[in-house]
Design a binder for this molecule. Structure first.
Ligand code: CP
Length: 375
C-alpha cells in the first residue's frame, strides 16, 4: 500500500510555485538587454526546412536567441502570431522534451496541432512511400516536425514536401533544435559569448563527455559552437574510447577555427572546464552504448566554481541527482528554454516574424505588417 494513503503529502500543503524553480530563469532579460534587435537574419529562415545546424549563421543564431529571450520574458502572449496555422507533429521514436516542447511552443503561439506517434497508424504500415506521405502532409498542415531513427527519412521527404519540415532528431545524424536550446542556455548564462573579440579571460573551455560521432545532440552542438568560435578557447572531448569522430567531423570543426582536444579521463580535466556537456547514450547501429569508466558527475565532482553542466536529457547514472540543487545545474533551464527557442524558430519558419518584430513582410504579402504585439 502507498505510504501516502493515510496522510497528506507535505508538497500538497504549499502552492506549487513556492518550490525551488529552475536555475537560469532570471537571465533572459540580461540577454535581451545585451543584444541589439536585427530581424533581417530571421527573415532568411522564412519557409525553409531545418534539417542541419549548418543552416544557421552566427547572426541568425544570435537573433533567434534574442527572440527566444523576448518570449521567455513574456510567456503570456497577448497576441498569437501562429493563429490559424497547423503543425503536424510526427514522432516515431520516444521523446519527452522535444515533442512536448515543440507542441507547447506551437500552442503558446496560438496554432493547432495534429500529432502522430506511431507510423503504423499511417499508410506507411501498408508500404506507402515517404515521398507520398510528404505530398499528403503538404496538403494538411503548414509545418511538420519529424523524429525518426532512420537518418535518411527526412531527406527522402524533402523533395515532395511543400511545407517546412524540422528535424527533431534523425538517427545519429543531427538534432539541430536541441543545439539551439543548448546555445540559448549558454547565452543566457554569459551574453558576452557573442562578442567578436572577447577578452582572453572571457573565453570558455567546453568539455564534451560523450562520443561526437555517434551522438546527434553533440554533432549539432559542435556545429553551432563553431559559430561562437571567438569565445571558445577550447573544446575538450572526454572519452576513453576510440573512433570518437565521424569521418571529416573533427576536420570540419578545426577548419571553422575550433581548437579540439581529446582526453581519456574526466578527473584531470574537470577543474578547468567552464561548461560541461554530458550525454548519456551513443547509438551504434540499432542499439546504443552508455558512457563507461569514470564518466560520471555528482556534487562530489571537482567542478570549477561558476561552471555549468548541460545535458540534453533523459539522464542516466552519468548525471547524479545530487547536482540538481547546486548552481551547476543548468540542464533544467536548458530543457525549459527549449520551448522559447522553438517558439522563435517556428515564428520565423511560418513567415510570421514580421508580426512580432519590425521585419519586412514576407514575399508576396502586401501592406504593412500587422504589428499588434511587440516583443
Ligand atoms: N533532448 C531530447 O531530445 O529529449 P527527448 O528525447 O525527450 O525529446
Amino acid at each position: 500500500m502507498s505510504s501516502h494513503r493515510n496522510r497528506l503529502h507535505p508538497l500538497l500543503l504549499q502552492p506549487v510555485s513556492v518550490r525551488d524553480g529552475v536555475r537560469g530563469i532570471e537571465r533572459p532579460q540580461d540577454l535581451l538587454d545585451f543584444l541589439a534587435e536585427d530581424p533581417l537574419p530571421l527573415t532568411d529562415l522564412a519557409n525553409h526546412h531545418i534539417v542541419s545546424a549548418r543552416q544557421f549563421t552566427r547572426e541568425s543564431l544570435i537573433q533567434l536567441c534574442r527572440v527566444a529571450a523576448s518570449y521567455e520574458c513574456m510567456p503570456m502572449l497577448m497576441y498569437k502570431p501562429l493563429a490559424g496555422k497547423l503543425m503536424i507533429s510526427a514522432f516515431y521514436e520516444p521523446s519527452t522534451r522535444t515533442r512536448i516542447s515543440f507542441e507547447s511552443a506551437w500552442h503558446r503561439l496560438g496554432g493547432d496541432i495534429m500529432s502522430i506517434t506511431d507510423p503504423a497508424t499511417t499508410g506507411m504500415a501498408k508500404g506507402e512511400s515517404l515521398q507520398d506521405v510528404a505530398e499528403m502532409f503538404s496538403n494538411y498542415g503548414d509545418l511538420m516536425v519529424l523524429r525518426d531513427n532512420d537518418e535518411d527519412s527526412i531527406y527522402n521527404m524533402l523533395e515532395s514536401l511543400r511545407i517546412p519540415i524540422i528535424n527533431a532528431g534523425n538517427g545519429v545524424d543531427e538534432h539541430p533544435t536541441q543545439a539551439l536550446a543548448d546555445l540559448y542556455t549558454l547565452l543566457k548564462w554569459r551574453p558576452g559569448l557573442v562578442a567578436d573579440n572577447p577578452e582572453p579571460a572571457d573565453r570558455i573551455k567546453v568539455g564534451i563527455i560523450g562520443t561526437p560521432g555517434r551522438m546527434r545532440t553533440v554533432r549539432s552542438l559542435l556545429i553551432l559552437l563553431s559559430l561562437l568560435q571567438p569565445a571558445i578557447e577550447e573544446i575538450i572531448v572526454i572519452n576513453p574510447g576510440s573512433d570518437l569522430f565521424s569521418p571529416g567531423q573533427r576536420e570540419e570543426l578545426e577548419q571553422a577555427g575550433l581548437k579540439v582536444r581529446v582526453e581519456k579521463g574526466l578527473k584531470q580535466v574537470l577543474p578547468e572546464l567552464d561548461v560541461v556537456y554530458i550525454n548519456s547514450i551513443a547509438w551504434v547501429g540499432e542499439t546504443y552504448e552508455t558512457l563507461t569508466g569514470d564518466l560520471k558527475l555528482s556534487s562530489q565532482s571537482a567542478l570549477k566554481a561558476g561552471s555549468i553542466i548541460l545535458h540534453p536529457l533523459a539522464r542516466g547514472a552519468e548525471l547524479d541527482e545530487s547536482l540538481d540543487p547546486t548552481p551547476h545545474n543548468w540542464y533544467f533551464a536548458q530543457a525549459r528554454g527549449a520551448v522559447f527557442v522553438r517558439m522563435a524558430l517556428l515564428t520565423c519558419l511560418v513567415q510570421r516574424i514580421n508580426q512580432v518584430l519590425d521585419a519586412p513582410a514576407p514575399e508576396g504579402k502586401r501592406g504593412p505588417a500587422p504589428r499588434n504585439h511587440s516583443i
